[in-house]
Design a protein around this ligand. Structure first.
Ligand SMILES: *Cc1c(COP(=O)(O)O)cnc(C)c1O
Length: 409
């Protein structure tokens, strides 16, 4: 099944990467085994040398993990061609978390003296990794506004130490979108490694490998799993040789491997990925339009609205605008806190991409420790609410938001 890339997207969601199993189980079992056996010393030699496929040790991978990896690699490569015009083949490595995947990718591509070029509003953990951990290893970063293409070129030309371009689109919490085609084009023209965090968009909406991107990372915790049952991450690469050597080595040695149970939950969640996304997106568009006309709401950030500054970029590279949005309540900080308290259907929680609608007030939760002035520069205003729109009945989501806003205004 894994070689047949002519299959449709939904079929891949259900069958992609599945290998029939010895005991004829319909679904790939949860392989709860830390080590794997060999038929003979000769076979062990062949597996260790990489001449024969085979599992060795749980930290390196197992059949349950492998199925999730192949399925996600197939979804990211869906419909794309390699230089020879054949179906593009990608290699994916599943990790224990999105941050583990990002760490493996960064550390397998960078060394002391190298620099990263990136933009504001990356995922908080990635930002902290770049600001607080990498400098100690001699890896600095340069922040540019990725909307200013000339400035990006100038910065790259002026600094030969820049080795890697890090993109995230759409980005938190303003849902800013970056032009993947233009930026990855600039990156590759100057010999950089280009990588993109595709967590918010997922391969259903956007495929960075369509452009010249070298690596894609995901927090599989979000839409790919879709049910909020497991934390996980994945790094997917175009250069198979590099993935099978340096990146695999880094994954094994950093030890951020996934496990069979959480890989199983991910694979199971992926079966409904496409239809979930369809409903997530249509619900989100309706919620955004509703809030945009609500008198208790000052502003809505959603790339699916014409008022969003990056609406055109989103339309160009995404099938749909996604299911994450943020909006500003007129009443400020206190309104944000009260609003959360009044919700009855929507769930008050951070994270995103689960079947249920998740709502959070960053100023009083994720960013409560960030000084107000600094938080405002990130676009996190006092009354900002972030929402990951779920797949509940749309009227129930909208009625819940409406009653909560009415009670505070
Ligand atoms: C959640 C998230 C991450 C980190 O993933 P974890 O699974 O929490 O480690 C990275 N990037 C983005 C865009 C995210 O939303």
């Amino acid at each position: 099944m894994s070689d047949n890339h002519a299959l449709g997207f939904e079929t891949i969601c259900i069958h992609g990467g599945h290998t029939p199993e010895n005991n004829r189980a319909h679904l790939t079992p949860i392989y709860a085994s830390s080590t794997y056996t060999f038929d003979s010393a000769e076979q062990a030699i062949a597996v260790f040398k990489g001449q024969e496929e085979g599992y060795i040790y749980g930290r390196f991978g197992n059949p349950t993990i492998n199925e999730a990896e192949e399925r996600i690699a197939m979804l990211e490569a869906y419909g794309l061609k390699d230089k020879e015009g054949n179906q593009l083949k990608l290699k994916a490595i599943l990790h224990s978390s999105g941050m583990a995947a990002v760490s493996t990718m960064l550390l397998s591509n960078l060394q002391a003296g190298d620099k990263i070029i990136t933009h504001h509003s990356l995922y908080g953990g990635t930002q902290e990794m770049i600001d607080k951990i990498l400098p100690g290893l001699g890896i600095e970063s340069i922040i540019v506004d990725f909307h200013k293409h000339d400035e990006v070129v100038k910065k790259i030309k002026g600094d030969k130490q820049i080795k890697l371009m890090y993109l995230e689109t759409p980005a938190n919490p303003t849902l800013q979108c970056i032009d993947l085609e233009v930026l990855s084009g600039i990156g590759k023209e100057h010999g950089l490694i280009v990588c993109a965090d595709n967590t918010f968009a997922t391969p259903y909406l956007q495929q960075p490998f369509k452009y010249q991107v070298d690596f894609v990372m995901h927090s599989t915790t979000k839409f790919l799993n879709g049910h909020g049952t497991a934390v996980g991450g994945i790094v997917i690469g175009r250069d198979l040789e590099h993935m099978n050597t340096r990146v695999t080595k880094m994954h094994r040695l950093l030890g951020g491997n996934s496990n069979a149970f959480e890989a199983y939950l991910l694979t199971n969640g992926l079966r409904t990925f496409s239809i979930r996304m369809e409903r997530h997106c249509s619900n989100a568009q309706k919620v955004a339009e509703y809030l945009n006309n609500h008198k208790g709401v000052a502003h809505v950030n959603f790339p699916g609205l014409e008022s969003h500054p990056d609406h055109a970029i989103a339309l160009k590279q995404m099938r749909n605008a996604g299911a994450v949005l943020s909006f500003e309540l007129k009443g400020g900080f206190e309104a944000g806190v009260q609003f959360i308290n009044k919700l009855k259907v929507c769930t008050s929680a951070v994270s995103l991409g689960t079947c249920d609608t998740l709502v959070s007030h960053p100023a009083s939760t994720t960013h409560v420790g960030v000084p107000r002035e600094k938080r405002l520069t990130f676009g996190i205003t006092d009354g900002l609410i972030r929402m990951s729109v779920g797949i509940e009945t749309i009227e129930d989501i909208i009625n819940d938001l409406n009653q909560a806003i009415k009670l505070i205004s």
